[in-house]
Design a protein around this ligand. Structure first.
Ligand SMILES: Nc1ncnc2c1ncn2[C@@H]1O[C@H](COP(=O)(O)OP(=O)(O)O)[C@@H](O)[C@H]1O
Length: 268
């Protein structure tokens, strides 16, 4: 009973925190009067950040990646830093309280700069987070990116970040032949320009052991979020057919964004 009371208190306090922190920054407006409010779901390494940031450039909305917020907090050596580094380096999820407070601060900063709309990447990652988000704003669409698991591991291990500009690259060259009726897949490396080449770093949580743990946790904690949005009729499943040159135009088609053709050149 005491445990239930504690859980109820905790849930209430997270919901209070969420409504206190998130509500002012996520006004419920008619979709016709505001920019898109989308969520990107998908396993670690699938390319959420890559495709979400390209779509954000196209649609003129901020790309808000909670993983980036966590890494910024880690790099800042602030009070949460040591606690976060232990959790993240084990591939575990950060608590809802911490994630919501980082997200609300990011939204407040964006609001002060006059931002409108968003694509969320890496949030919500649990049913509780999805319910909290639903309590404070309307999500128009949830894109669930998918790719086979052996590719995910190779992509995580090949991921590199420019320590100066923060851009993601990938040195993995993926070429898996089709077998037993399932299609093969090829993905060329996404190499950095010369000025980033000497500044590349690998994320501490992109080791094989930690990536496998992140995949396990994704299946346990985050896959149910797909069903949550499917039940609301908001889920768009998108199986990546290959690297960016093949996938980007097909993703635009699936999103009915073919009209944005002049800007499709960002994919080149
Ligand atoms: N919504 C969230 N809830 C809890 N933890 C999160 C959330 N978003 C990011 N994190 C933490 O930050 C780490 C890195 O996140 P991210 O860059 O999105 O990684 P991934 O490549 O696994 O999708 C996660 O493994 C987790 O520890």
């Amino acid at each position: 009973m005491a445990a239930i009371t504690r859980l109820v208190r905790r849930t209430v306090s997270i919901s209070n925190l969420a409504s206190r922190c998130l509500s002012p920054h996520l006004p419920r407006k008619d979709p016709a009067d505001r920019k898109v409010q989308w969520v990107f779901l998908g396993c670690p390494g699938v390319g959420k950040g890559t495709y979400a940031s390209r779509l954000c450039d196209l649609l003129g909305v901020p790309h808000i990646a909670t993983g980036d917020l966590v890494r910024q907090e880690l790099a800042s050596s602030g009070p949460l830093s040591a606690q976060l580094s232990e959790i993240v380096n084990q591939g575990k999820l950060v608590s809802d309280e911490i994630i919501i407070s980082l997200l609300s601060k990011r939204l407040a900063d964006g609001e002060a700069k006059g931002e409108s709309g968003f694509i969320l990447d890496g949030f919500p990652r649990t049913i509780n987070q999805a319910e909290i988000l639903d309590g404070v704003t309307d999500i128009d669409l949830v894109v669930n990116l998918k790719i086979r698991e052996d590719v995910l591991i190779e992509k995580c291990l090949g991921r590199r970040i420019c320590s100066q500009c923060g851009t993601n690259f990938n040195v993995a060259s993926i070429n898996i032949k089709g077998e037993n009726g399932s299609p093969g897949i090829s993905m060329a490396p996404l190499l950095p320009p010369a000025h980033c080449m000497t500044k590349l770093i690998t994320r501490a949580d992109d080791t094989e052991v930690v990536v496998k743990e992140r995949l396990r946790i994704y299946k346990e904690m985050s896959q149910p979020v797909e069903g949550y949005y499917d039940n609301q009729g908001k889920l768009l499943e998108f199986e990546l057919p290959g690297g960016i040159p093949e996938s980007w135009p097909k993703l635009l088609q699936a999103l009915n964004l073919d009209d944005y053709e002049p800007k499709q050149s960002v994919a080149a």
